[in-house]
Design a protein around this ligand. Structure first.
Ligand code: HEM
Length: 356
């Protein structure tokens, strides 16, 4: 028992060190001499993207969360599959979802490369797009200074994507444990889940919730069943926050208080458990939600970044890919790992060895 407790404490300490220690090397002014334009380029591009499609903001926000939860915020999620190694995009909860976020990050990276070649990482562009998407006027969410200086992973971790990301059927204990493993508190869980104030979910993600849960509002369940039949139509969409789907506000928490959380995992935050009081606070005090959300986004962005000479700043390849390209799969770039592979050596790069 004591040994198990010690092991649990050790996991929390390591996770906290990952989240806080590494984050200390990041700074909001990281590109102030090397690429000051990155801030206006990203903001302008996000503004355009959200005008064309409001869901763009939700898409990049989710990509940021899913990237940070697997090996830290290192853009590993953006790496494409190669014929021999799967990436993270098709693994676990990433599979079958919208690809809007991936394409948008690639487009913005191309614009940043044109202004500042080989300077700004995909991981930092992702962190900036997530913030700008939330804050853009039409969505009306909070803003915060984004610590920068992350570098990009050279390998994905598809196994981690299948195991580390929470699913829509998770219960409260599982959600709290999953966040604790990344150095995030139950309060971070409650605040960050407010991201579901925007964006959509597929019928496959909420079918059991609206057909089987007993803590769902009957009127809400009946309404959702119209869009989501008991079989088929897995890809039919519904807004995660049906009260104010296009506003970055506290409507999500008010929905939970009315038994109208779309996902089972959403409603777990307000189900006579330890987080009920925070849901009530955020649902009745929009400022409390905004400031906690901003603080927790910084903590999320501080999870295990690569800094200094670790990783790389990803570059476009010959076929015009930007953040999706794997250096060792692109022989045009003479990356050391490519050279090792071409030379017939099988040594595993340090980053990969850590993941194994
Ligand atoms: C707490 C555990 C969480 C679970 C179980 C979860 C699960 C899900 C699921 C199942 C979907 C719908 C996917 C689909 O049906 O295609 C979704 C969408 C989304 N999630 Fe989460 N999520 C969680 C936390 C978060 C966090 C922390 C963030 C960001 C900080 C986030 C941002 C989003 C956004 C913005 C969408 C909508 C994406 C879009 O419309 O394209 N989620 N989430």
């Amino acid at each position: 028992m004591a040994r198990r407790l010690l092991a649990a404490v050790a996991i929390v300490v390591v996770a906290a060190a990952l989240a806080c220690g590494a984050g200390a090397q990041l700074s909001a002014g990281f590109y102030s001499s090397s690429c000051p334009a990155v801030h206006s380029i990203v903001r302008q591009a996000m503004s355009q993207a959200v005008t064309n499609n409001t869901r763009s903001a939700a898409a990049v926000l989710r990509v940021f969360f899913h990237d940070c939860f697997v090996n830290g915020c290192d853009a590993s999620l953006l790496l494409d599959d190669t014929p021999t190694t799967p990436g993270e995009k098709g693994a676990g909860p990433n599979a079958g979802g919208s690809t809007v976020g991936f394409d948008l990050i690639d487009t913005i990276k191309a614009q940043v490369e044109a202004a500042c070649p080989a300077t700004v990482s995909c991981a930092d562009i992702l962190a900036l797009t997530a913030r700008d998407g939330v804050n853009l006027v039409s969505l009306g969410g909070p803003s915060w200074a984004v610590p920068l200086g992350r570098r990009d992973a050279t390998f994905p971790n598809s196994t981690g994507a299948a195991t580390d990301l929470p699913g829509p059927d998770s219960d409260l204990a599982g959600l709290v444990a999953g966040f604790a493993a990344k150095g995030l508190s139950p309060r971070d869980l409650a605040a960050l889940s407010g991201a579901h104030t925007v964006g959509m979910a597929r019928c496959a993600s909420f079918r059991t919730r609206v057909y089987c849960d007993d803590n769902v509002s009957p009127a809400f369940a009946a309404q959702q069943r119209q869009a989501c039949p008991s079989a088929d139509a897995d890809d039919a969409l519904a807004p995660l926050d049906s009260l104010t789907p296009d506003q970055f506000d506290n409507g999500y928490y008010r929905s939970l208080m009315a038994g109208a959380g779309l996902l089972h995992s959403d409603q777990e935050l307000f189900s006579n458990g330890a987080l009920d009081s925070l849901v009530r606070l955020y649902g009745t005090n929009a400022d409390a939600f905004s400031s906690d959300f901003a603080a927790s986004m910084v903590k999320l962005g501080n999870i295990g970044p690569l800094t200094g000479s670790a990783g790389e700043t990803r570059r476009p390849n010959r076929s015009g890919q930007h953040c999706g390209v794997r250096p060792w799969a692109d022989h045009s770039r003479h990356h050391p790992v490519t050279v090792r592979i071409l030379a017939g050596k099988t040594s595993v790069p340090a980053r990969r060895a850590r993941q194994a």
